[in-house]
Design a protein around this ligand. Structure first.
Ligand code: BGP
Length: 485
């Protein structure tokens, strides 16, 4: 199935202009702009350099230790859903090789590692009696990370919904939100003795739009606009309920956030009118995701655009959706360029011309300043206590040379430029505290199967041999020097 091009091609919102057009100056943090005197791009002391993976993408072991089936097990086994008929049945066998992979992380000098928990390893049918063996696996992973001086960042939902819940209408069913909160609270209660930071969900936009609207991800549905809007509402509601459940169950000091793929609205030209347009676009393009999560209301433009298809909601639900967060994680890959426009909404999204450079995935346009503008505008609009880049990275064609070396010059170019633009944001006082490369390992990239490689470590899928690419050497050097020196 040729889904990759539409992977990030999201519907544009239309409607009236809402919101702050002013662009206040950023508050100083009190720290000296790192590296500013020498011109080197050195990040603040304690910056958490990390990398990320997700359960279904790396673990394999899908039948082990009582794990229940998920929507991705079902979907990937249907003909025509995933490139080359690939599945995550074995993937990179991290379920059995996590110690080796953590040794690789240590060798890179990683300070932190973002992984996700498979809900169905903990509650095989989504709710009911917990499966102790499932929790044990993550407990062992966490111990191994801590023994190697690596801080665990734990995502509770990275798209692998227990199939038993999808059989009861999945995220369309309001009870799924409650089940998610129960699961999140249970895990936080058990693991917050060693995990300080939890993220509720990864990329609500992706699993809602790709899974339930476009049908190119699990569970492969193409629902009507009204049904999508309602289940989207239950998904952000589930996030809010989970925030509260984690806080209620976890040890004091536990931090709760989200990993959101905000549309990284980026001014086409860095002048006042275009910056103002990008600021408006940030709110509107993310209305039913980060905007509602931060503001506790849908924008007027969003509700007007949907009209009769708008979600039904209560004020109580809206309050829960906007539960305070300790941090916001942003997954940033490509820019959404925006320019000033005379239309009522005050901005226009610029479609990339055919010649626009992209990485191996056709959707992955290279626009490093996206990471600067996304963090800067999110900070300005919603004033989070802390920000993390919970994913950034790129696919490359990655052909090993005769001696096995992978010289992924394009990935190094991509990472260097995005990290440089992240430094630009931090040097202006934007409180970004860490950065996670997607991904540590080549892995099962959803509808692309194993055809697109995002790892900084190459995996030979036939032998499971891991070989760090040149980008791993680059990243190790960045970490060792604390930035781009
Ligand atoms: C993000 C997901 C990751 C990863 C990455 C690459 O949206 O959070 O899980 O898959 O994108 O994208 P893709 O696999 O679609 O090419």
């Amino acid at each position: 199935m040729k889904s990759s091009f539409s992977r990030r091609t999201f519907a544009r919102l239309v409607g009236a202009v809402v919101g702050s057009a002013s662009v206040p100056l950023f508050a100083a943090t009190g720290t000296e702009p790192p590296g500013s005197r020498t011109g080197r791009m050195i990040f603040p002391e304690g910056f958490l350099w990390g990398s990320a993976t997700a359960s279904y993408q790396v673990e394999g072991g899908v039948h082990e230790d009582g794990r229940g089936p998920t929507i991705w097990d079902t979907f990937s086994h249907l003909p025509g859903t995933v490139a080359a008929g690939d599945t995550g049945d074995v993937s990179v066998d991290y379920y059995h090789r996590y110690k080796q992979d953590i040794a690789l992380m240590k060798d890179l000098g990683l300070r932190s590692y973002r992984f996700s928990i498979a809900w169905s390893r903990i509650f095989p049918t989504g709710s009911g009696a917990p499966n102790a063996n499932g929790l044990d696996f993550y407990s062992r992973v966490i111990d191994e990370l801590l023994a190697n001086g690596i801080e665990p960042f734990c995502t509770l939902y990275h798209w692998d919904l227990p199939q038993a819940l999808q059989d009861k209408r999945g995220w369309e069913n309001r009870d799924t939100a409650r089940a998610f909160a129960d699961y999140a609270g249970y895990v936080a209660g058990k693991l917050s003795d060693r995990v300080r930071r939890f993220m509720t969900m990864n990329e609500i936009r992706s699993f809602v739009e790709l899974g339930y609207q476009q049908g190119i991800h699990a569970p492969g549905l193409k629902l009507s606009a009204a049904r999508v809007a309602q289940l989207n509402h239950y998904a952000v509601f589930a996030h809010g309920l989970a925030v509260q459940a984690i806080r209620a169950a976890a040890r004091p000091g536990t931090q709760v956030g989200i990993a959101d793929n905000v549309q990284a609205t980026t001014p086409l030209i860095e002048t006042a009118p275009h910056i103002e347009a990008a600021t408006r676009a940030m709110r509107e393009q993310n209305a039913q995701y980060l905007t509602v999560i931060r503001e506790g209301r849908y924008t007027d433009a969003y509700l007007q655009r949907l009209g009769a298809d708008a979600p039904k909601f209560t004020l109580e639900e809206m309050k829960i959706i906007a539960s305070p967060l300790d941090f916001i994680g942003l997954n940033i890959y490509q820019p959404t360029y925006v320019r000033a426009d005379e239309s009522p909404k005050g901005y226009a999204v610029v479609n990339p011309p055919a010649s626009f450079p992209h990485m191996y995935s056709p959707w992955l346009y290279v626009g490093p300043e996206a990471i600067y503008w996304a963090t800067k505008l999110v900070n300005q609009l919603w004033n989070p206590k802390e920000l993390y880049i919970t994913e950034n990275g790129a696919s490359s064609s990655d052909v090993p040379e005769n001696d096995g070396t992978v010289v992924d010059s394009d990935r190094i170019m991509y990472l260097r430029n995005y990290i440089g633009q992240l430094h630009r944001a931090i040097s202006e006082g934007v409180p970004v505290k860490g950065y996670f490369v997607w991904s540590l390992l080549d892995n099962f990239e959803w509808a692309d199967g194993y055809a697109k490689r995002f790892g900084i470590v190459y995996v030979d899928y036939a032998t499971q041999k891991r070989t760090p690419k040149m980008s791993a050497a680059f990243y190790r050097d960045v970490i060792a020097r604390g930035g781009l020196a």
